[in-house]
Design a protein around this ligand. Structure first.
Ligand SMILES: Cc1cc2nc3c(=O)[nH]c(=O)nc-3n(C[C@H](O)[C@H](O)[C@H](O)COP(=O)(O)OP(=O)(O)OC[C@H]3O[C@@H](n4cnc5c(N)ncnc54)[C@H](O)[C@@H]3O)c2cc1C
Length: 390
């Protein structure tokens, strides 16, 4: 992106320096290893160390606690740039930052002082544990319980699909402190739990895409968590705390969608100028031109929706409508652009010697994570009705 366009987006010199260093890192370290690590499903330990140096584990944490304190707008730009090279590593710091955001937004002062500096450096890394084998969309149906016992809570239950589950050590875990409460969300509480006795990894899950990054089942058996690790130190607020963090999470997923949609478009455009059939580059065939035009338009619309949602988030205003629209559109754009890129690449799209097959495997996750696209449509519609009373 040209410097003057970045300034128009309201970025400071410091923001632009950060974006430049991310660009250099992506070109020098991320792009060259993406295909190999994805195909080997190998965890990128070196990238994690580099992410610590870049400050990515504290990207949205307040400088007061050692973070970079980036706006959602800059953060979304960073995520899109990394995802364009390789989407999977963005999950390493994004899930971690959702956990950090729960503490930053809802934790007590003592909790912020204790946990945020360690999250910001990446000394403690982790993510967010909401989903269970029997409940994903319907989070009020979770079964993990936290029972008070003196100055501790005792956690029992199983979480699944938890990003960073194997290599992370600390997670924000959604539980029921009052399983009988009606409505159920009034009996839900969010805890910070560190791995140790009673908190183990069940199994690492094998996946279609988003490889190299660990998704795991986490098991809690009689796991004792100090009572001061209940976020906000007040029972019954966990559902709101968990769901509140999803706005930033959705902007992040939308930004990942932009990255994937962009990668698929750029690869397809280049290939269509190089590949010849019937004596001319395939970009001169109208059938291919139609696809390129659709791909570029989907991409640009997604970028604008992400920018709009991030800007609104930065003002502190409610942005579930905007974040939902950005997530819905950009994730579907990633899937559609990956599929169109496959068609443009023809047989070579099926080869593991090109990245197009990875975009095709990675992009559907964007339609599922942080609230499925079915739910995004429902959230958007509800907000439309609420914001436009008859
Ligand atoms: C790779 C990966 C990483 C993940 N990382 C994490 C993580 O770090 N932490 C975490 O907590 N979770 C994580 N998840 C879980 C993810 O958030 C859930 O898979 C997602 O929320 C959907 O839940 P579900 O899979 O249980 O589907 P279900 O809730 O069972 O939904 C199944 C289908 O029914 C639809 N549906 C459900 N309810 C409704 C309704 N009311 N109206 C219309 N349609 C409906 C859904 O849209 C979907 O199409 C991850 C998942 C994957 C695949």
């Amino acid at each position: 992106m040209a410097a003057n366009t970045q300034q128009a987006a309201g970025f400071t010199d410091e923001d632009m320096q950060i974006l430049d260093s991310i660009d250099r890192w992506v070109d020098g370290e991320v792009k060259p290893i993406a295909r190999k690590f994805d195909q080997a499903d190998e965890y990128p330990h070196d990238l994690v160390e580099q992410m610590k140096e870049l400050g990515l584990f504290g990207a949205t944490i307040d400088p007061e606690y050692g973070g970079l304190g980036l706006s959602a707008s800059v953060y979304a730009r960073i995520v899109a740039r990394i995802a364009e090279a390789w989407m999977a590593p963005t999950g390493i710091f994004n899930s971690h930052l959702i956990m950090a955001a729960a503490v930053q937004r809802h934790g007590t002062d003592a909790q912020k002082q204790k946990w945020l500096p360690r999250f910001a450096t990446g000394e403690l890394r982790g993510g967010i544990g909401l989903t269970e084998p029997n409940a994903g969309t319907d989070l009020q149906g979770i079964r993990t319980v936290a029972r008070r016992d003196g100055d501790h809570y005792v956690l029992d239950g199983t979480k699944t699909w938890i990003t960073n589950g194997v290599h992370g050590s600390c997670f924000a875990i959604l539980t029921k402190t009052d399983p009988q409460a009606t409505p159920a969300h009034k009996g839900m509480s969010l805890f910070l739990a560190e791995k140790g006795e009673g908190f183990t990894v069940g199994k690492k899950l094998k996946k279609l895409g988003y490889r190299a990054i660990d998704s795991a089942e986490l098991v809690f058996e009689n796991c004792r968590v100090p009572a001061d690790q209940l976020i906000g130190e007040q029972e019954g607020r966990g559902f709101q705390h968990a769901v509140g963090g999803l706005e930033l999470g959705r902007i992040n997923i939308a930004a990942r969608g932009v990255g994937l949609a962009s990668a698929a478009f750029k690869d397809a455009l280049r290939y269509s100028q190089e590949r010849k059939t019937f004596g001319k580059p395939i970009c001169n065939h109208q059938a291919i031109q139609l696809k390129l035009a659709e791909m570029a338009t989907r991409l640009e619309a997604s970028k604008l929706l992400v920018e709009q949602a991030a800007r609104k988030y930065d003002t502190g205003e409610r942005c579930d409508l905007e974040a939902g629209m950005a997530k819905l559109h950009a994730s579907e754009a990633a899937v559609a652009n990956s599929m169109d890129a496959m068609r443009i690449f023809g047989g070579y799209s099926y080869s593991t010697e090109y990245d197009v097959e990875r975009y095709f495997r990675d992009s559907p996750l964007m339609c599922i994570g942080e609230g499925t696209n079915e739910m995004q449509r429902i959230i958007i519609a509800r907000q439309l009705v609420e914001r436009h009373p008859a």
